[in-house]
Design a protein around this ligand. Sequence first.
Ligand code: ACO
Length: 340
Amino acid sequence: MTKAKKTVRKSPIRAAITGVCGYVPPDVLSNAELAKMVDTSDEWITERTGIKERRILKGKGLGTSHMGAEAVRGLLSKTKTAPAEIELLICATTTPDFVFPSTANLICDMCGIRSIGSFDVQAACSGFVYALTIASQFIETGKYRKIVVVGADKMSAIIDYTDRATCVLFGDGAGAVLLEPSRKYGIIDTLICSDGAGMPHLHQKAGGSRMPPTAETVTKRLHYVHQEGAAVYKFAVARMAEVAGELMKRNNLSSADVDWLVPHQANRRIIEATAERMKLDPKQVMITIHKYGNTTAATIPLCLWDYESMLKEGDRLILAAFGGGFTWGGAYLTWAYNPQ
Ligand code: ACO
């Protein structure tokens, strides 16, 4: 009699984050300085948003790619990865250096990464979650083994520093992660969503194909972020909690199973409301908003960079983001390494 063959089922290949690095420009714009520029106060900004200061990229000719390249160079160096090993680079940004070529193309060139696929993803503040979702598919199918995902934005390029309702909120920065295949850890689930009916509440009126730039659009200050804060706030509170809840539900996670919430940093009150709904202790919630403000696609990788030394192999993370579009999304992943 022949013995029945025992089939050993392999765990699926997942895309694991195996390194993270960030970059914020050295120039700090504090609430006190903003209070000299517009009718606001440190007290109002701190109470309504949790922001104390933000970084601003200064220097002629420096765009989003400068910060993205700084983050990627740091990532390659700390993970001991040669530029030639990278097989794909995706950059999430809403403030590309140019309409074309893509900022991802520029970052590759600046980092000595040649002849690979690279492209930008635009989903406003949800951009990093969108880019991570796309990149993870290439790892899961086995097509690529080393992918860099960058989230980078120079929001100061599209912020009206005479508009107190928006100029206090945003800052500049970049973060990058390395994704590699793993059968033990990595991205288990992702969720990306959008609703284009949200456009009137958060957008930039001119500069695209619907309203190309003219002297008039510049005079009318139409190249800046237009935001109806209260409408966005309402949407954001609902969607952040919803996305985190949905990921927990479909992965059978209770709050005791979640080690960290990595939320998009738009407003401290939105983050706290999300954590409360998830029944998480505030200590499990990554917060960088006080020092960087809202850096759009960079907030989540900057959080991971900031908290990297506290993350342990096997930690379970929920990422959650929302932004202009409207867009929203999240990811559930297990962390792949211990602090060095
Ligand atoms: N300083 C002082 N007063 C201010 C300021 C300021 N910087 N900004 C607005 N105000 C005033 C308003 O003029 C208003 O005064 P009024 O009552 O006399 O008209 C009052 O404060 C209240 O304004 P609201 O907009 O209702 O204030 P709110 O409590 O909603 O807070 C905020 C405003 C912080 C913008 C909040 O609505 C918010 O965080 N919204 C969400 C923003 C967000 O998450 N954006 C994310 C997406 S970004 C992206 O995708 C690119």
